[in-house]
Write a protein that binds this ligand. Structure first.
Ligand code: XIL
Length: 301
């Protein structure tokens, strides 16, 4: 196959990208999006502050444009994200206790109801674990009680029984890291107790501080063996040239080696679209030309 999306489809997978909706008017960006990808994630436009800027006043206008675009492309949509400590609107940041828990659940119910039938997988909870000790990250949501994550997943299942419900995080790629084990034990516990969870997203922002680990495939397989799908959700790889190209290919091969690895999403199209302030972590250069990393990725699919 000659594009990332068609090659991935040939393997029963998707190949997606984060989309920043205000970039859709850029002709180069837009044509690469149409050509290469068969899944999209809103880079910011489906976050809590974007969809519920005032409490219980929802604004879907911008995010709905991505749904329309995805439909035109025949692409899947990953929903990102319903409960998170970051990019909360001001009113939510200042809430606590039962009021915050109820606001979280209302957000999940309202947004999932609006997007029912239009989303493949939802990141129900994002980045809830601490970076170093394997426990929970301190946040206003965590302070509502340790059961906030399962409460979020149960609320999500009640709102839409058909969509896949994911837990998504970063630095959970290396099997030996405490954070990886913390998330693994939560998913294992949810499965044992019947808390609804269908998938785990591995953001996979690889850089010198958290490089691609040689046990990545082991991590994906171990999670899959708990009975969940696994997805690579925000891939970008610091570096350039052959080293970067080889790492991209390794990530693709690891996903394809795990039956329940459904798909790969890169976190942007061109290097100039990346959320990283500097560096060249993506598959296309600033002019929209495919990089060596693109060629190796396509070849590995
Ligand atoms: C980032 C976006 O790319 C930026 O535009 C925004 O300013 C901050 O958020 N983990 C996530 C993503 O789950 O939502 C983040 O996206 C990157 C890290």
């Amino acid at each position: 196959a000659s594009t990332l999306g068609s090659a991935a489809a040939g393997q029963g997978r998707y190949f997606g990208t984060a989309v920043s909706i205000n970039r859709l008017s850029d002709a180069t960006y837009s044509s690469i999006l149409n050509r290469e990808f068969n899944s999209v994630t809103a880079e910011n436009e489906m976050k809590i502050d974007a969809l519920e800027p005032q409490q219980n006043q929802f604004n879907y206008t911008t995010a709905d444009r991505l749904i329309t675009r995805a439909n035109e492309m025949g692409a899947k949509v990953r929903g990102h994200t319903l409960a998170w400590h970051s990019q909360q609107p001001g009113w939510m940041q200042s809430m606590s206790g039962t009021a915050l828990r109820n606001a979280m659940k209302n957000h999940i119910t309202q947004v999932m109801t609006h997007y029912k039938g239009k989303i493949d997988s939802w990141d129900v909870v994002n980045e809830a674990f601490d970076d170093s000790n394997g426990g929970r990250r301190d946040s206003n949501l965590q302070r509502t009680g340790n059961d906030w994550i399962e409460d979020a997943f149960k609320t999500a299942r009640a709102a839409d029984p058909a969509v896949k419900l994911c837990y998504n995080d970063y630095n959970t790629d290396n099997w030996t890291w405490a954070k990886t084990q913390g998330v693994y034990n939560m998913v294992k516990d949810f499965k044992a107790r019947g808390v609804p969870i269908d998938c785990v997203g591995f953001q996979s922002h690889f850089n010198s501080g958290s490089p691609y680990p040689s046990n990545y495939r082991t991590t994906l397989q171990n999670f899959a063996d708990l009975g969940v799908d696994v997805q690579i959700t925000e891939l970008d790889i610091e570096g350039s040239g052959t080293t970067q190209a080889n790492t991209y290919a390794n990530v693709v091969r690891d996903c394809l080696a795990v039956t329940r690895c459904n798909g790969i999403t890169v976190w942007g199209i061109r290097d100039s679209d990346s959320w990283r302030a500097s560096g060249t972590p993506l598959l296309f250069d600033a002019n929209g030309n495919p990089k060596q990393a693109y060629t190796s990725t396509l070849a590995a699919l």
